[in-house]
Design a protein. Structure first.
Length: 155
């Protein structure tokens, strides 16, 4: 059987701008049938979504999965909270980290791994305005250096 490549369905690009990513881990997601079909069509939005440890389980809030077009009365609720599937040790570790002031759990991307929908979950700290400006300056400096190198090679 041929090896499947990892396909990304959605990315939370705002997270990289607004947060400093400290640690990432992979989590499964408990989805209904129509949710899986809708996610595979790329109809998922992670903007403003976050995860929380509640009663020994990790839940994903504010994520939006559009209704499945071919779904009928069995279609899912678009904005419901979804359970993330993690090992008990990982949940306890995340619970301890998330309780720290200024740290939060945010989803970075949703992707397919060997036929299962997975979420890359990150422990993150919110960036201050000066941190955001610093990140933009670094990115522009890197871009300028790459442009100069490319021009030097072409001449």
């Amino acid at each position: 059987m041929a090896e499947r490549t990892e396909k990304t369905f959605a990315t939370n690009r705002k997270a990289f701008h607004d947060y400093l990513i400290m640690e990432t881990l992979e989590a499964g997601v408990a989805l209904t049938g129509t949710e899986v079909k809708s996610v595979r069509q790329g109809k998922i939005n992670l903007r403003d979504s976050y995860a929380k440890v509640k009663d020994g389980e990790v839940w994903l809030y504010n994520s939006f999965i559009a209704s499945y077009d071919a779904g009928n009365r069995y279609n899912h609720e678009t904005g419901r909270s979804r359970k993330l599937l993690l090992h008990k040790g990982e949940i306890e570790k995340l619970g301890g980290i998330a309780k720290d002031v200024g740290k939060t759990l945010i989803p970075l991307r949703v992707y397919d791994r060997k036929g299962h929908v997975k979420i890359a979950l990150a422990v993150a700290r919110g960036k201050k305005e000066y941190d955001k400006r610093e990140s933009i300056a670094e990115r522009e400096a890197h871009r300028d250096v790459q442009r100069a190198l490319k021009e030097a090679i072409q001449q």
